[in-house]
Design a protein around this ligand. Sequence first.
Ligand code: XMP
Length: 326
Amino acid sequence: MENNKRPESMARITTKALADSFISEQVKLLKKQVGSKKVLLALSGGVDSSVVAALLIKAIGKQLVCVHVNHGLLRKGEPEQVVEVFRNQMNANLVYVDAVDRFLTKLENVSDPEKKRKIIGAEFIRVFEEEARKLDGIEFLAQGTIYPDIIESVGVKAHHNVGGLPDDLKFELVEPLKFLYKDEVRVVGSALGLPDGMVYRQPFPGPGLGVRCLGAITRDRLEAVRESDAILREEFAKHGLEGKVWQYFTAVPDFKSVGVKDGARTFAYPVIIRAVNTTDAMTATIEEIPYELLKHITKRITTEVKGVNRVLYDLTPKPSGTIEWE
Ligand code: XMP
């Protein structure tokens, strides 16, 4: 456990200069640890895995193999951004796996939230494992473990979003962020040149939009979640709420109700808006979105998102709700 304790002498990384010196130190250490061997990384595009990727690309370039699994449950534009930033701009060795059909088939008719989570987690490991077996000469597995992961799960090595791999796929772990707090990871990510939209994004659950597409996931409702979430995020950004509100998203339940459009009856889904503030995610309060903005977002969602005829605004704090709507 000794090497899982943040050194007391380690200064808090709050500025670009401190981040730069952390980066050059880590680049040296990573080169020493890895030598001329290859490293594998599951790159979701979230803050932690993106910063690990950028750091390893700087240290060992194409010896890093990033695997991005698109499970179909990511937000609008995210898989494209991973390819653009890492393959096109940073020239990384990136394997892009389109596993959308595979995940959605596995999830067909599964409505229990815990079962959905288990399927998504297990399928992710399976896809990642298959990709790992296709590659030769990999000796290391990089993970975006950060210090709160270690503190919160004493004795558990795995990063919160990555489960275990089979025993015959034994890799030495590379965890360059393991002593950093989230705010430090963001400063390091910016210093490595990652876009703000990637480094300062709001929390996003591992099972992604699968959590927010309530009940058994269907493609039409999944697209309604993705499109309405994109509208909400765009409007929050336009109105200066991005970076101020802790977490905001939409959810789509699995029931329809009657509405009307162009004089004709519709039978379609509602979209639920949720926006909360918290410091530790254990309790949360509601962000009071201005009414004019709510009305504008409602208008956009009901006119632009297919299969939706109502918008609801969730006023429930945590407790009694959870932050997610699953
Ligand atoms: P709840 O809904 O339990 O969520 O109040 C608390 C916070 O945790 C996030 N969350 C997750 N984060 N993997 C993650 O990394 C997950 O499986 C997961 N599920 C929930 C949630 O978005 C909220 O910020």
